[in-house]
Design a protein around this ligand. Structure first.
Ligand code: PLP
Length: 417
């Protein structure tokens, strides 16, 4: 058997059993079977240390950030800024002041589309997206173009679901103001060549926003090396709580953006009829911030860095290679996409609807996503309404992929075809 064909974990692998024991959710039984959680592109399970950090926030530092001088308030403010520093180091950003906390990746992209787009995109300008985008990195640009009289263009995909780079070059023009592209596709796992895309965008005089929602927990990210101008992600896909997202933007871009939300916590001087705003990132963080999620994110980042993002990436590459090989060999199973990818396989079982596949798998305790994955243009590209998506995280194993393969065989036995 080849290395990819063995169900044993490769050497120098993550300490999987020890690691799995840190996730309380993974010890559940679902429908009488041990949970096999393969819906990690939607959200990942959280390790005990992150849950503890959230609890500790409420027991030891439950106060409002940047709004008091008492001890708890100082603890809260320090913790929040420490979390910002952890994100800076995760992304290798030049300064913690380049990190804006939002409510999620969607909110971060909308902040750029409005806060930057309203000022810098006008009639006749162009925004370039790709056929791979999650709706959260498509609809904000559609809306921006509608508001500003700009034109939205989209880079087509090749039959493997990779970006057609010749079309990309052709579509980049003197009116292109910004390229918005996923680092890793949530629907197919396609890993885009961001540094190359950024180089070409900059040569054409455009900026580039990278939607890192599916990448940050799967590979090392260095925004300076990638050359991204804006980089966004959601904490909940990085082993951290819901309700928090991140926008990284180069300092000079942030200082030339409008706040999308105004209110408490983002002002210098307020009079009855006018106000002046604080410098970024505070300018973009009006209202009480999500301290518990920020402290959870800080903990998750430290935890992930202790595991080593290179090792995490190697583990996920191994799982993906193994899954592609095992699942493609099953009669009636069609994998969508191919080429460089990370963390995700998307498939069809004959003509069985994805929801039926998912329901059968759930009876065996296997959680996958069925649907269009908020990426309808990708589905249209492959001429399917929906797919079954299995997506991986640090705690998944080859044995779980074997169980998925057996589950898919059962689907064929039940539905035929
Ligand atoms: N971009 C990608 C690639 C995603 O996978 C997701 C979520 O699935 C998002 C953006 C939106 O993230 P959120 O819903 O956490 O804002």
């Amino acid at each position: 058997m080849t290395e990819a064909g063995s169900s044993a974990q490769p050497r120098a692998a993550l300490p999987i059993e020890q690691l799995r024991a840190q996730f309380p959710a993974l010890s559940q039984q679902i429908n009488g079977q041990p949970l096999i959680y393969l819906d990690n592109a939607a959200t990942v399970q959280k390790p005990r240390c992150v849950l503890d950090a959230v609890l500790r926030c409420y027991t030891e530092s439950c106060a409002n950030v940047h709004r008091g001088a008492h001890t708890l308030a100082e603890r809260a403010s320090e913790g929040y800024e420490r979390a910002r520093g952890a994100v800076q180091r995760l992304l290798h950003a030049a300064s913690a002041q380049e990190i804006v906390f939002t409510s999620g990746c969607t909110a971060a992209i909308n902040l750029v589309a409005n806060g930057w787009g309203n000022r810098h995109v006008g009639s006749g300008d162009e925004i370039l997206v790709t056929g791979l985008e999650h709706h959260s990195n498509l609809l904000p640009w559609q809306e921006l173009c509608r508001r500003r009289g700009a034109t939205l263009r989209s880079v087509p995909l090749d039959p493997q679901g990779q970006l057609d780079l010749q079309s990309y070059e052709r579509l980049l023009g003197p009116r292109t103001r910004l390229v918005a592209v996923a680092h890793v596709s949530n629907a197919l796992g396609t890993l885009n060549p961001i540094a190359e895309l950024a180089r070409r965008a900059h040569a054409a005089g455009a900026l580039i926003l990278v939607d890192g929602a599916q990448a940050v927990a799967r590979c090392p990210v260095n925004v300076a090396e990638l050359g991204s101008d804006f980089y966004t992600f959601s904490a909940h896909k990085l082993y951290a709580p819901f309700g928090l997202g991140v926008l990284h933007a180069r300092a000079e871009l942030l200082s030339d953006m409008e706040p999308l939300v105004t209110g408490g916590g983002m002002v210098e001087l307020v009079e009855a009829e006018r106000a002046s705003y604080t410098a970024p990132p505070g300018r973009f963080e009006a209202g009480t911030p999500n301290l518990s999620a920020a402290l959870g994110l800080e903990r998750a980042i430290l935890w992930l860095q202790a595991l080593g993002l290179e090792r995490v990436q190697a583990h996920e590459q191994d799982l993906l290679g193994y899954a592609r090989e095992q699942l493609a060999a099953l009669p009636g199973v069609r994998l969508l996409g191919g080429g460089p990818a990370l963390g995700v396989v998307s498939l069809m079982v004959g003509s069985v609807h994805a929801h039926d596949v998912s329901t059968v798998l759930d009876r065996s305790g296997i959680a996958v996503r069925a649907g269009h994955h908020c990426a309808q243009p990708v589905m249209r590209h492959f001429g399917v309404p929906a797919t079954v998506r299995a997506s991986f995280a640090v705690y998944n194993t080859r044995a779980e992929i074997d169980a998925l393969a057996r589950g898919l065989e059962r689907v064929r036995e039940i539905f035929g075809g």
